[in-house]
Design a protein around this ligand. Sequence first.
Ligand code: IMP
Length: 424
Amino acid sequence: MPASIVVGTQWGDEGKGKATDYLADGMDLVVRYQGGNNAGHTILAEGHTLKLQLIPSGVLYPHITSVIADGVVVDPRVLLEEMDGLSAVGVDPSRLVVSGNCHMIMPYHLELERVTERFLGKNALGTTKRGIGPAYADKAARIGLRVQDLFDEAIFREKLDIVLREKNQLLTRVYGRLPLTPDTIVEDYLRYAERLRPLVTDTSKLLHDALLVGKQVLLEGAQGTMLDLDKGTYPFVTSSNPVTGYALASAGIGPREVDRVIGITKAYVTRVGAGPFPTEDRGPDGQRLGELGREFGTVTGRKRRCGWFDAVIGRYAARLNGLTELFVTKLDVLSGSRGLKVCTAYRADGETFEDFPPHQSLFHRAEPVFEELEGWDEDLGSVRSFGDLPNAARKYLERVQELVGVPISVVSVGPDRTQSLSAG
Ligand code: IMP
């Protein structure tokens, strides 16, 4: 059973790219299973800082085939730009394959998201404005255009004409914008098609065949469990399912193939965009975490909201995803924290919740129950083995592990590849 899944256990930005990069040596294929270019991986490798939003980070390894599976929404312009960016720093992107079933982000998705977020005013979701939500909405409404549509010009034009008639009505009559012209879109997308054609394949069959001969497959989620469309803090979520169940649907493989589920967990918690966040610290401690952790979004550059480790969402993520291990990131950022805290439960409406509350309003009102732990001052950046961590840092990790109920397998203490310590 050679498939593993990497999933974010919080609101995204847990450091999944780092974990994938750490695990990639032993992998043959790395598969991105949902989201689009709303995700951001920052990877530090061979002296380059690379920012990828769509292409799986496995692309950095010449021995890995990187796969964009059905459940991802692809903006072809962005995909080609990222490929060019990789080539420019000497990384060969030609081992990338893309499913023909992926839905595409179209210019009207970008335009519509801009105006609808504005329309929502103070209720705006704070999306990444990459057209992700509108593209998934069209997929569910069955009016989406898929990558495979690019290779039949007549079909592409026909589908585009139908959908654009409705979108242009919306843009002009509801939002007072200018209509989009089909010819420009056709011209641009057919140009993208020429370059995309060699990458497009039946990725489900490719993965099936790879697993049959014992190849190692890593399925990589974007965003995080709390941004899941069904299981997250709806409506302040993304429009796809980061939880591991969806990895299988998207990749087109069965559950018996998976034996490792790695939950990526930042040693504290961050969130970008609007929505409830019980352990958020709006004071100097949160500010300090943001500064030391350089908590700015990879995609939009927005400042991330920061707070303390939350074991309630940790346990929730463990059970939703069937986690077999935790990969804890950014432990070094907690060095020097005064009054180091972890949240063990919530209080809402006079009740204590050790589990994620069953109703949205309760979560919005949830007050964290904190436990204070001993801090440490040592800089962890140069620690290269788990045993060399200061006692208090080890105790912190032990408490995290105990509260979440899943063993920690790796801890990272800095952005470089060498700064990941195996706990085994
Ligand atoms: P969307 O995915 O652009 O529709 O944005 C919906 C929500 O998900 C917003 O709050 C975004 O800030 C958040 N979001 C989307 N992608 C990421 C990510 O990769 N990291 C963190 N937050 C994200």
